[in-house]
Write a protein that binds this ligand. Structure first.
Ligand code: HEC
Ligand code: HEC
Length: 151
């Protein structure tokens, strides 16, 4: 019984060694590429060029009917928390005229039960949940989305 257990342990060790060894060989052959490419683990890589925010512009095209419009300006430092909502200092109905920002639409005053509220619905309070600013980054994967119906 003891011998048999010993044998099993040896076999397990052999499998581990062979498996680990062939993994190493693959990495050396360049068949397996990590995110670091060919830069060795103890080497230092060049810092990636940071993607920049797109310059401020006027409204960006929407790809489908229900799409929340993309944010055509930078939003760095625009806080949205319990006490303040920077977006609303321009986009609320009371400020939109003087700031020339687009008013939030009436849908933003409706709660999930369809009740019309006199202020922005809590559901719509965290604007950047749906409205995202844009960077000049190359997409990581191709997007083949096509809208069913052009507006
Ligand atoms: C300083 C004022 C200001 C602040 C603060 C501001 N915006 Fe804007 N925003 C504008 C103006 C002005 C426009 C219109 C740009 C144009 O079309 O000329 C605009 C446009 C937009 C649009 C495009 C609307 C459309 O119909 O295409 C979205 C979406 C938007 N902003 C979201 C946000 C969000 C989200 C925040 C907070 C993170 C925010 N904005 C903060 C001034 C502001
Ligand atoms: C749950 C998602 C969601 C959240 C949160 C949200 N929005 Fe929107 N927003 C939309 C959608 C969808 C549209 C387009 C359809 C519509 O007008 O309802 C839109 C439209 C807009 C428009 C364009 C209105 C027009 O007349 O063309 C502005 C401006 C805007 N949102 C600003 C904001 C701001 C500011 C906030 C935060 C206070 C906010 N949104 C929060 C989804 C959202």
């Amino acid at each position: 019984m003891k011998k048999r257990l010993q044998w099993i342990l040896w076999a397990a060790l052999a499998v581990l060694l062979i498996g680990g060894g062939s993994g190493l060989a693959l990495a050396e052959n360049g068949d397996v590429r990590g995110l670091r490419g060919t830069v060795p683990l103890n080497g230092s890589d060049q810092a990636a060029e940071p993607n920049r925010w797109m310059p401020d512009s006027h409204g960006l095209p929407r790809n489908f009917l229900q799409q929340p419009p993309l944010v055509p300006h930078q939003v760095d430092g625009y806080k949205i928390d319990l006490r303040q909502n920077k977006c609303l200092t321009c986009h609320s109905w009371s400020k939109a005229r003087e700031t020339r920002a687009t008013k939030i639409s009436l849908t933003h005053f409706r709660n999930r039960f369809g009740t019309e509220l006199s202020d922005v619905s809590p559901q719509r309070y965290f604007c950047t949940q749906c409205h995202v600013p844009q960077k000049d980054a190359k997409p990581l994967v191709d997007n083949t989305f096509k809208p069913v119906d052009a507006m």
